[in-house]
Design a protein around this ligand. Structure first.
Ligand code: G3P
Ligand code: CA
Length: 438
């Protein structure tokens, strides 16, 4: 019996926009005939099924449609478009990774299909006869989908139930599955899994190649393959959040004065590109709204830094912009200001938080717990003093992303130290370095 239906997260980053939906792994949709979950330790394989027996494995129950084991694979067939076929298995886990190899055997047309918006091929015909490895890593309401090892969709708003397990779903096609594996994970949505590459955070956009904190720098970072674009947000005199690092506009625009003393209309009139290069003349100082618009439509995730002390109302305005632009599942909020994070948590518990640090706290784990952090962001020099905090934070489910690191020698050292991501002015070079070293 279906208790709830997953909502499609839709395309969440630039890598997915062109793809049509075909097949999904449901993570929270099907009430099980299998028993209620008992706890599973991180790394424990809860399901590891190669379909080598004669029939459906124990604990696997077809909820709808035709499911059988044939030639060492599980085959689900849905004869008609729009008529789901599904099979339930596994047990409820808050933090887990599910992986499956899938192959379309037949399809009634080219737009078959998905429940969670997982998209991995232009159409069913293109995917026919080809094995793909699909994985979904789930931490509470956060999930990341990957196809053949490449992340394609992420969401922080997956609808979850209290006790349901996993399922495979097929629509208007026959799909054969093999090597279904469900592995319990330690909590921590932003913690890198073994074998996964470092996350690339473009510091103020691709700020070595374009004027920092402009949409031009964001576009360069996007094209470079950055996973995240970092910015700095400060309010104008009339309370509109703008993207700018310094407390004045003097260094990076053709104007003068403190951001907090200038109105939105005055900030909109500034040139934020000429200081960097004549070819960048005319680049605007973006409002947060303009940047969110650009990211939402063109792709990209935002590491949003609340720069300097902010009142609760100023944080509320930032939260409002994120929500109005429907970007909550593509934003990670960071700040040096613990109070700004406290305000954010109170106003928008759905937003993941990271604490910036120039030197390490005595007990980063305790502080992370107190603030409800998803990630801890130390300066490279600070982490070098006590690299063992990485393991301690990971054990608490907290990711470690390090700033601001531009040398390949340090990328290598930090990769080996097990950090999760690197904030860099040179995202294209880091992405290239990762391609060469993974
Ligand atoms: O993202 C880390 C880094 O941006 C913090 O320093 O001064 O560049 O905002 P800053
Ligand atoms: Ca910053």
């Amino acid at each position: 019996m279906t208790k709830s239906h997953p909502s499609s997260p839709g395309p969440q980053n630039g890598r997915t926009g062109m793809l049509a939906a075909l097949l999904a792994l449901s993570v929270s949709t099907v009430a099980l005939t299998a028993p209620r979950a008992v706890s599973a330790g991180p790394g424990e394989a809860v399901v590891d099924e190669g379909f080598n027996g004669p029939g459906l494995p124990t604990g696997w129950s077809a909820v709808e449609g035709d499911w059988k084991v044939e030639g060492g694979r599980l085959v689900g067939t849905s004869a008609d478009a729009g008529r789901q076929t599904r099979i339930a298995f596994g047990r409820h886990l808050d933090d887990f990774r599910i992986e499956v190899t899938a192959r379309f055997e037949t399809a009634v047309d080219d737009v078959r299909w998905t429940a969670l918006g997982l998209e991995f091929s232009r159409n069913a015909t293109d995917a026919a006869g080809r094995d793909v490895r699909i994985a979904v890593e789930v931490h509470g309401t956060t999930a990341r989908w990957s196809v053949d090892g490449r992340e394609v969709v992420r969401s922080t708003r997956v609808a979850r139930s209290a006790d349901d397990g996993q399922a495979l779903l097929v629509d208007g096609s026959a799909v054969s599955f093999d090597d279904v594996r469900v592995t319990a994970l330690a909590p921590g949505a932003f913690v890198r899994q073994p074998g996964a590459p470092l996350a690339v955070f473009a510091h103020r956009g691709a700020s070595s190649a374009a004027p920092e904190n402009t949409l031009l720098a964001d576009e360069v970072a996007r094209r470079a393959g950055a996973d995240w674009i970092e910015n700095d947000v400060r309010p104008s005199r009339d309370g509109v959040p703008y993207v700018l690092h310094d407390d004045t506009v003097n260094r990076t625009t053709n104007g003068t004065g403190a951001v907090r003393d200038l109105t939105a209309a005055q900030l909109d009139g500034l040139d934020a590109g000429s200081w960097f290069a004549p070819t960048a003349a005319g680049a605007r100082l973006p409002s947060l709204a303009a940047q969110l618009d650009d990211l939402r439509t063109r792709g990209g995730n935002l590491l949003l830094e609340i720069k300097g002390p902010h009142t609760r109302d100023e944080v509320a305005r930032i939260v409002q912009e994120v929500r109005d632009h429907e970007m909550a599942d593509r934003v990670l909020v960071q700040s040096f200001e613990a109070d700004a994070l406290r305000h954010t948590r109170e106003l928008a518990p759905e937003l993941p938080l990271a604490l910036l640090r120039s030197s390490l706290d005595d007990d980063p784990v305790a502080l992370s717990r107190e603030l409800g952090l998803a990630a801890y962001h130390p300066a490279d020099e600070a982490l070098a003093a006590r690299p063992e905090v990485v393991a301690a934070l990971h054990a608490a489910g907290v990711a470690v992303n390090v700033w601001t690191v531009d040398s390949a020698a340090r990328w290598k050292a930090l990769d080996a130290a097990g950090v999760d991501g690197i904030i860099t002015n040179r995202p294209a070079e880091l992405a290239g370095w990762l391609s060469a070293h993974q």
